[in-house]
Design a protein around this ligand. Structure first.
Ligand code: GDP
Ligand code: MG
Length: 276
């Protein structure tokens, strides 16, 4: 069933209905790894009046993440072994869909992204206009927010390459604040993706391959860099950048029919929209 499109907005852009029969079930998922120091701050900024369950998946953290999450009353799922950021997200989405989510918001528990922006982030999904919303740091000033210059340059480069390949005009692809419609998560085979950081890029390629590229939107979010907010250094970033270019190559080969990829084959692709 196409549940998100059953949901109607009350009107004003940026507002989300807070009551009534059409209120969507918004589930927050937090892929966590060593987030004990930042989890409470992240949680405090969540707009609880519009959010249902909050699920934290712990990827065998070495700190008190699980204890803090339980004290806050979150739904906690604990991996038996460390799977990585992508593997963590697979568990997150499976759990959110099992709980009947209409909209799933992925929020890093490291306080890097501003959770108070969630109502604006999900508004275009609530109204049925978009299926994937990204909180973009590049609609503002990421350098002023503390993003290292080399990360800025790498992000710009990958964003240009991805925009050309996917035929989109997004301001960035590498944000950790995202919202998905249920329909999108039921359409793309995200469980086939990498267990590593490149999961996020594979997911966008899947959305485009499913014919839903025009249903991706973005809003500006502030950039926040501080010690606990970022564990990805230069070496891991090089691996991530190379893997992202591989995702682009796989998408292009798939699209021209040279090598079809099961990862890029949607379960139920978006029907073409009638020309207006
Ligand atoms: N599951 C899992 N998550 C991780 C791992 N390393 C980082 N993360 C999570 O992935 C997210 C992004 O990592 P982070 O270090 O903040 O990356 P950056 O902000 O892009 O530099 C955070 O929410 C972390 O909790 C890992 O080894 N396993
Ligand atoms: Mg971070």
């Amino acid at each position: 069933m196409d549940r998100p499109s059953d949901v109607t907005s009350t009107g004003d852009a940026g507002s989300v209905p807070s009551a009534g029969p059409s209120r969507p079930n918004v589930v927050i998922v937090m892929p966590a790894y060593n987030a004990a120091k930042t989890l409470e701050r992240t949680y405090a900024d969540i707009p609880h009046d519009i959010v249902g369950r909050i699920i934290l998946v712990d990827d065998v953290s070495k700190d008190e993440t699980v204890e803090v999450a339980r004290q806050l009353g979150l739904d906690v799922i604990i991996h038996q072994q460390n799977l990585g950021y992508g593997g963590n997200q697979k568990t997150c989405y499976e759990a959110a869909l099992a709980q009947g989510a209409d909209i799933v918001v992925m929020l890093h528990p490291d306080y890097q992204y501003d959770a108070t922006r969630i109502p604006d982030l999900i508004a275009p999904i609530v109204s049925g206009e978009k299926h994937l919303m990204l909180g973009s740091r590049f609609l503002g000033d990421p350098i002023a927010g503390g993003m290292p210059k080399w990360k800025y340059v790498a992000n710009r480069f990958l964003t240009i390459v991805e925009n050309v390949a996917f035929g989109l005009r997004l301001s960035e692809y590498h944000t950790g604040l995202r919202a998905y419609s249920r329909r999108l998560l039921e359409t793309i085979p995200y469980e086939l993706n990498s267990n590593d950081f490149v999961f996020d890029q594979e997911l966008i390629a899947q959305v485009v391959a499913a014919g839903m590229g025009r249903r991706i939107g973005e809003i500006g979010v502030p950039t926040r860099y501080f010690d606990e907010a970022s564990s990805v250094g230069f070496k891991r970033s090089v691996v991530y950048g190379t893997s992202t270019l591989r995702v682009v190559a796989r998408y292009l080969l798939h699209r021209v029919g040279v090598r079809r990829s099961p990862k890029l084959t949607a379960r139920n692709p978006e029907p073409p929209r009638p020309a207006v």
